[in-house]
Design a protein around this ligand. Structure first.
Ligand code: ATP
Ligand code: MG
Length: 581
């Protein structure tokens, strides 16, 4: 699969000079401890993410700048300045103080992307508590697991979502306060519930941020559950150095940008890059409450004149599936820089966006545990479609072998990172043992397999758990999926290793088709031939099944472990983050 390198002109069409235009120079001179020079620190000493995100802009005289352009599900728009967000979060910090919630307590939110969610998150940080966001589509079991494990003392939810909490409330003795918020109206509250509106009305909009140490826990995120039971990764206030620096370098944020991150705060992308990176960099963010539809998303970009857009492969594949006509009906010319994260980005998607949107998607790699982007394609650098790009300033990844030694360029191994960057997780909540197991010879082991080429670009191979061993070859599912995606009939593909007496495993593909294609035996044969031509007979799938849609996590990741369990008739394991069919 040869894709041509996408070359970047010295000056792009939007004439914006990329922040990271001297990659080698910036990397060699970079020191994370000095990033604080571009930030503030708390007036009385200490560091707090909410201060860096909101209050410091107000103190510097930028309180009137638009922080959030909110688009409700029903098409309503509301505008919030940095001063508005600072005040709303002060109020919520006072709410927690008035309730007697102590520093270090876990405060969870379980709600749609309304302004209240953001006020609660920053208010929690200001009060010195730990914010834990839950995705609003979670069911009762997912809610119980996370609130039980974290022993959350406060949960903010909505009249529509609270029933799911009631199904498990008896299992949650640590949960003292259930706050009900409704963006539209003052909610009716039952016994044992508190009204957001009543609490906020009684709370002052001035608050002195609790003195938090850079190493105090700030955010707890459960992983996506793609490979097993979700783990609670704990991040500290010092992570904000990473959010700020990567916002500049990887997102290429400039003060005049209108930025849209499509991720929900229930996932780490939705906090690190849906709140902290854009807010610390003082840009204007679009927050769209609604879910995915190609038309609605293009409308958001057009309506708000989005310049920088951060989304995920699953959404990009759906946009590709929706076709180019719907793109043509919208003016997307304000876009200047677009990015993707969460899963491998098929090279076909990069080429599609170049052709259809006039801009290539820039893939980048990181995970809940790393807290911020580690490897990225940059505004000023050429893109090799299919590659995750090169390491951020201040980040030292390595491809290592089983002993923890770095392998030669071009060789496959475990993707690892040298610990010590600010946003690295400090532990898995109540699971120190698992945390300790993630290190080898001074490296943090990410659980992904990858290669680095001679130019220092990293190439994703697969998750360690997903790599297929067939007749002595190690095959990464991503390579096979990407080859299948090049066929015009294929919308999505998920590839697993199926146990086999002779070959140990054989490659099996599950394929969902684009509209207008029928799952016929002829098409199956054609796809087999097509994949063989691209990959060779040793790597191409031996079996192909057609499937309406692939099982995915709520954050849109293909769950290969579930394809495998279903294929083999095994237990499905933790499915609390599985998307509804
Ligand atoms: P769990 O750890 O519970 O199995 P998860 O690993 O999917 O779930 P996240 O932390 O949300 O949880 O996802 C990080 C993982 O997503 C990475 O380790 C990697 O496997 C995958 N990923 C993220 N970005 C990319 C990318 N650009 N290319 C390839 N894979 C990516
Ligand atoms: Mg993971």
């Amino acid at each position: 699969m040869d894709y041509e390198t996408i070359r970047k002109p010295p000056v792009n069409a939007h004439a914006v000079r990329p922040n990271l235009d001297d990659y080698a120079g910036t990397r060699s001179a970079f020191d994370y401890e000095r990033v604080i020079d571009g930030l503030d620190g708390l007036p009385g000493g200490g560091l707090n993410i909410a201060h860096e995100s909101l209050d410091r802009h107000v103190a510097a005289g930028s309180g009137d700048k638009t922080c959030v352009l909110w688009e409700g599900k029903d098409g309503r728009s509301e505008t919030y300045t940095y001063a508005d967000m600072a005040k709303l979060s002060n109020q919520f910090a006072n709410v927690l103080r008035n309730l007697g919630v102590e520093k270090g307590s876990r405060v969870f939110v379980f709600m749609d992307r309304t302004p209240e969610l953001y006020a609660a998150a920053f208010g929690t940080l200001k009060a010195g508590c730990i914010i834990g966001p839950l995705f609003s589509a979670f069911g009762p079991d997912a809610i119980r697991d996370r609130l039980e494990n974290s022993e959350a003392a406060v949960l903010v939810t909505t009249p529509q979502l609270k029933e799911k909490v009631y199904e498990v409330r008896d299992d949650l003795p640590a949960l003292k306060h259930l706050i009900i918020a409704d963006h539209d109206a003052s909610p009716e509250v039952a016994d044992g519930e508190l009204s957001w509106n009543a609490l906020m009305a009684d709370a002052s909009d001035e608050f002195e941020i609790v003195a938090t140490d850079p190493e105090d826990p700030a955010v707890m995120h459960y992983t996506s559950g793609t490979t097993g039971k979700p783990k609670g990764a704990v991040h500290v206030h010092k992570a904000v150095l990473g959010h700020y620096a990567t916002g500049r370098f990887a997102l290429d944020l400039h003060p005049e940008d209108i930025y849209w991150c499509t991720a929900d705060p229930g996932w780490v992308t939705g906090t690190s890059y849906g709140m902290f990176a854009p807010f610390t960099n003082g840009v204007t963010s679009v927050i769209y409450e609604g879910g995915f539809s190609a038309r609605a998303w293009y409308e958001v970009i057009e309506k708000y004149k989005v310049t920088v857009w951060y989304t995920a492969p699953t959404a990009i594949r759906m946009l590709m599936k929706a076709g180019d006509d719907v793109v043509k009906r919208h003016d997307l010319s304000t876009l200047r820089f677009i990015m993707s994260v969460g899963e491998p980005l098929n090279p076909e998607a990069v080429v599609w966006s170049e052709e259809t949107l006039g801009l290539p998607f820039h893939d980048n790699w990181w995970q809940t545990e790393t807290g911020s982007i580690m490897i990225a394609n940059y505004a000023a650098q050429d893109i090799k479609p299919g590659s995750m790009g090169r390491p951020l300033p201040g980040i030292e990844p390595g491809i290592i072998d089983e002993e923890g030694n770095v392998v030669a360029p071009g060789e496959e191994g475990d993707l690892a990172v040298r610990p010590g960057w600010p946003s690295m997780f400090r532990t898995y909540w109540k699971n120190e043992e698992l945390y300790d197991s993630k290190f080898r010879n001074g490296w943090y082991i990410t659980g992904d397999r990858a290669r680095m080429d001679e130019d220092g670009y990293y190439w994703f191979v697969g998750r360690s758990d997903d790599v297929i061993n067939t007749a002595g070859h190690l095959v990464g599912p991503f390579e096979v999926e990407s080859a299948l995606m090049e066929h015009p009939a294929v919308a999505e593909a998920g590839v697993i290793g199926k146990p086999d007496e002779v070959a140990m495993e054989v490659v099996k593909a599950f394929v969902s088709l684009k509209e207008g294609y029928e799952p016929t035996p002829e098409l199956r044969q054609e796809l087999t031939r097509f994949a063989r031509g691209k990959l060779g007979p040793g790597v191409a799938p031996r079996e192909i099944d057609f499937i309406d849609s692939l099982p995915k996590t709520r954050s849109g990741k293909i769950m290969r472990r579930l394809l495998k369990a279903r294929e083999l008739g095994l237990e499905e394991g933790d499915t609390s983050t599985l998307e509804d069919d």
